[in-house]
Design a protein. Structure first.
Length: 158
């Protein structure tokens, strides 16, 4: 597997990927709207096939993972993408790597915690606010769990 930085040549692919995996070309988290195709990030490639994507945003000494997707679970794609972002965040002088997911995303919560992220906040009813900006966010998510809250996880960078 090869991890490569996103370039202007991959913007269209990232936009298409985001629409297919996030149901829109934007992502809403903690009241902000992000366009992943305009963000820095990395793509994971295996046998000339794009199998994973991470996008991130650096602001005020923190690096936020905006999207993370793997098309092949269990082979280290997500972990490799996070490691690439950690390198970039450290080089940018960030002290914190963080992200937001929703309360229904049990697989993601386990995945991130196994990689050293810690739960730092639950933003109750935050998804209701996000739906005002992006009405396509479903009411019910994975495992039949109502999507209501945003859960913030972080990793302190040395």
């Amino acid at each position: 597997m090869i991890i490569k930085p996103l370039t202007s040549a991959t913007h269209d692919w990232v936009k298409h990927f985001t629409v297919n995996h996030w149901s829109a070309d934007t992502v809403v988290a903690h009241g902000k709207v992000f366009s992943p195709h305009l963000l820095p990030g990395f793509v994971a490639i295996l046998n000339n096939e794009r199998i994973g994507l991470v996008t991130y945003h650096i602001c005020d000494g923190s690096c936020e993972i905006i999207t993370l997707d793997s098309l092949h679970h269990g082979i280290g794609v997500g972990t490799a993408l996070i490691e690439a972002v950690k390198v970039e965040a450290r080089q940018a002088g960030c002290q914190r790597l963080w992200l937001v997911t929703t309360n229904d995303n049990l697989d993601a919560l386990g995945f991130y915690q196994k990689r050293g992220f810690m739960l730092v906040a639950v933003h109750r009813h935050a998804v209701e606010q996000a739906r005002r900006v992006k009405p396509s966010i479903p009411l019910i998510g994975e495992n039949g769990i109502p999507i209501r809250d945003e859960i913030e996880l972080e990793m302190v960078l040395d």
